[in-house]
Design a protein around this ligand. Structure first.
Ligand code: GUN
Ligand code: FE
Length: 429
């Protein structure tokens, strides 16, 4: 069964800051159409071209004035931290102790975990996030609850159980052996089930012993296609602490490197403060970065150097990092990235921001052959955006003249109200 969606259509083929010409880096069809068959992209182009080649019986959805874009990808978020959103007054290490750890304790209750997972995924959908790389808690039940709800919604999601065996309250600690066994059981239950993938998830270097980090590396070697998901160099006090805990390492990246945790499916959240050698190792190992501008501002962590990541060829996506971040909305996160780039005098364009939230995220997760653009054969996860969703937006978008200007307005003034529909594998969610 096929359906054609007629509206304006935008997607990316490459990074617009590297390949800056229209048609090479992005395609925009003001009067465009997207043909979906069996949940996949069958055709994408100007409407006259697409509409002239419709299989018989194709359902036609006319959406004048709307904009179709690929679903947003959140490359770093903690579903158990929704209830600590907007916890003010502290930076990272105190924030973890004061707000985060007590909240994560509750997820040993599978009922509670399921309830929050349902709410989280419903909110992802209403915010236009169709794929995310997600932290659970140390309790394996938290990850069972999450995957079970994601599977029911047919969402492409990646998640994992937190591994942490030291420097946190007793009620949140596992052991190297238990974390290995519990992770392995979750991998066997969920990895590659439908659209789900597993991420081995040591919280960050300070909360894992060397023994536990070694076992994390062992899990990666024992199964195909797993991700490694952790935090890296977010806050100066955290970085000093890592140096004390791992005196034999050259720097923070080296701690993960020594335990075999760098590589093309490894995603490091933050990476705000890196020395040149660290940047080089991140690049040469093929590791990815989840850039979390909203969290870095809210927790006062620092201003990420996006140009360094580009210069070293490090695939970089955007992460909301809720609850360190303040919103699940990738439009808000693009705005934060834009504002950080202004402070750094390395101003990014709205096109660059939309690239980061779509194809950039897909590349950081090595999923660009499945999601992130309207390439033929990709899975049909996409959004119907309404540029006139609020009175202010309607007033403002009446006078926008170029695509760039429109994207700037959506990113700066928009929020989840702009997301009119979220389509998962061709189906309205
Ligand atoms: N570093 C270790 N744990 C966390 C967390 O939960 N959030 C953030 N932002 N950084 C961390
Ligand atoms: Fe985080």
């Amino acid at each position: 069964k096929s359906v054609v969606w007629r509206a304006s259509v935008l997607h990316f083929l490459a990074d617009p800051s590297q390949q800056s010409s229209y048609g090479e880096a992005w395609e925009f069809f003001e009067d465009g159409a997207l043909l979906i068959e069996d949940g996949h992209i069958k055709n994408c182009g100007p409407s006259d071209q697409v509409m002239n080649n419709l299989p018989s019986g194709t359902e036609i959805k006319n959406l004048p004035g709307k904009l179709l874009v690929p679903g947003f990808i959140d490359t770093h978020v903690h579903y158990p931290q929704l209830e600590v959103l907007a916890g003010c007054g502290v930076q990272l290490l105190d924030w973890l102790n004061q707000y985060t750890f007590p909240a994560e304790k509750k997820f040993s209750d599978p009922e509670y975990a399921s309830e929050v997972a349902r709410f989280f995924l419903d909110q992802c959908i209403s915010h236009g996030t169709t794929t995310a790389l997600v932290f659970g808690t140390v309790a394996p039940q938290s990850v069972d609850a999450f995957f079970s709800e994601a599977h029911q919604r047919n969402l492409r999601m990646i998640a994992g159980k937190v591994m942490m065996d030291r420097n946190a309250p007793d009620y949140l600690l596992d052991t190297p052996e238990n974390s290995y066994k519990d992770s392995k059981a979750l991998i066997n239950r969920w990895h590659d089930k439908g659209r789900l993938s597993y991420a081995v998830t040591p919280r960050f270097a300070p909360t894992s012993s060397s023994e536990q980090l070694k076992l994390a590396g062992q899990l990666l070697r024992e199964h195909d296609g797993l991700y490694l998901h952790t935090h890296l160099s977010e806050n100066p006090k955290e970085i000093d602490w890592v140096q004390e805990l791992f005196p034999d390492s050259k720097h923070y990246v080296d701690v993960y490197d020594q335990h075999g945790l760098l590589g093309p499916r490894s995603v490091f959240a933050h990476s705000v403060h890196l020395c040149d050698h660290s940047w080089q190792r991140m690049g040469s190992s093929g590791s990815s970065i989840a850039y979390c501008p909203g969290s870095n501002l809210f927790l006062g962590s620092g201003l990420f150097n996006l140009n360094k990541a580009k210069a070293h060829g490090i695939p970089t996506g955007l992460g909301t990092d809720v609850g360190g971040g303040t919103s699940l909305c990738l439009l808000n996160t693009m705005k934060d990235a834009y504002q950080v780039s202004q402070l750094r005098e390395e101003t990014i364009s709205p096109l660059q921001a939309f690239y980061l939230a779509t194809l950039g995220g897909a590349r950081a997760l090595h999923l660009e052959d499945k999601i992130g653009s309207f390439r033929k054969g990709n899975e049909a996860d996409f959004l119907v955006l309404n540029p006139a969703a609020t009175p202010m937006l309607e007033f403002r978008t009446k006078t926008t003249k170029t695509l760039e200007e429109l994207l700037g307005v959506l990113m700066v003034m928009g929020d989840d109200r702009v997301i009119e529909k979220t389509i998962i594998m061709g189906q309205e969610a």
